[in-house]
Design a binder for this molecule. Structure first.
Ligand code: SF4
Ligand code: MG
Length: 338
């Protein structure tokens, strides 16, 4: 059998008043059970959209999706809303950035955790309430039996985030997608939440996708990393490969923005200038070329005209025209960034 989650040649486009936004522009990746994939990029890189497409949460009226998304042998592109609805919650779940939007202020925390358990697992109200208490305990809420009837506003931010994780995991989903799950939290709580996800993964073998702009988050949680830019994957590999020997200039820039990571000393580290490109009108050739300090070094104007790619089946790869020799010159300081 194939990988647990397999995405092949995915394109996601939105029709807007100004034209067509190419949010995801030919993306392929695999994810196995029990592993964590970190998808990293600036906002507007397509990382969230990719996962909304996997979950079938895009708006079909203005969105076109092409390509293949296969979850545990089941094709999701073109699946009916009924099929997707059944899969969401039971087989796949999403943890959002902001617990205030994911949790309703009008219902108790316990009821919101119990609801999907009744709906998807056919549990009785009583059994689902017991399950909610068990889940609150599992995510580290003290005295869960006393807190189960609290409303979200009675919880602290960190507790609400935990409650949201409890809600996402109540049916033991095989795939969990966490979109910037810790950005709104202080550093200590962030670390606790990420540890919690890893613990749950060890217990249940869940496959996890963590979407983040922060390579630091990925360093502590992911097995594999996919770096996205302008709706494409520009580099992928194991977390160790990406952190210790990144090959793409955009990855170098991302690493430069997290001084707390010990980056390889010989990298030409400097933060990325400018802003991400418009996806209405993406740059020709390499989408990073307007911001890349090394585009001139490639020669022949290739960076602006020829789109670099990663062979679909290559586990480790990067989309950049810079040759090995040029890179060596950059690393040894013979070439300075523009
Ligand atoms: Fe920079 Fe050219 Fe490589 Fe793109 S292909 S990252 S512009 S050197
Ligand atoms: Mg996002």
């Amino acid at each position: 059998s194939g990988p647990f989650l397999s995405v092949r040649d995915l394109y996601v486009q939105f029709a807007t008043e100004d034209g067509v936004v190419k949010a995801v522009d030919g993306l392929s990746f695999d994810l196995e059970r029990g592993r964590t994939l970190g998808i990293v990029g600036e906002s507007g890189s397509g990382k969230s959209v990719t996962n909304l497409a996997v979950l079938g949460l895009h708006n079909p009226r203005n969105t076109t999706i092409r390509g293949e998304i296969v979850l545990d042998g089941q094709e999701l592109t073109g699946a009916s809303e009924r099929t997707l609805e059944r899969l969401r919650g039971r087989k796949m779940a999403m943890i959002f950035q902001d617990s205030l939007t994911a949790l309703s202020p009008y219902y108790t925390v316990g009821r919101q955790i119990a609801e999907p358990y009744m709906k998807h697992m056919g549990a009785s109200r009583k059994a689902a309430r017991e399950r909610a208490i068990e889940m609150l305990a599992r995510v580290g809420i003290p005295q869960p039996r006393l807190r189960v009837d609290d409303f979200p506003h009675q919880f602290s931010g960190g507790m609400r985030q935990r409650a949201m994780i409890a809600m996402a995991l109540v049916c033991d989903p095989a795939l969990v997608i966490a979109d910037e799950p810790t950005t709104a939290l202080d550093v200590t709580v962030q670390a606790q939440i990420l540890d919690l996800l890893k613990d749950l993964q060890r217990e249940t073998g869940t496959a996890i996708v963590i979407i983040t702009h922060d390579l630091g988050v990925v360093a502590n949680t992911a097995d594999d990393v996919m770096v996205m830019y302008a709706g494409r994957c520009v580099e992928r590999g194991t977390v160790r490969e990406i952190l210790k020997s990144p090959e793409h200039p955009y990855s170098w820039g991302l690493l430069a923005s997290i001084p707390r990571l010990s980056a390889p000393v010989d990298l030409p580290l400097s933060p990325i200038p400018g802003a991400p490109p418009s996806l209405l009108n993406p740059p020709s050739g390499c989408p990073f070329h307007p911001r890349c300090a090394f585009a001139e070094e490639v020669g022949g104007g290739r960076c602006a005209t020829v789109r670099p790619g990663i062979p679909e089946d290559e586990r480790r790869g990067f989309a950049c025209h810079l040759g090995r020799e040029r890179k060596r010159e950059i690393f040894t300081g013979q070439i300075q960034p523009r």
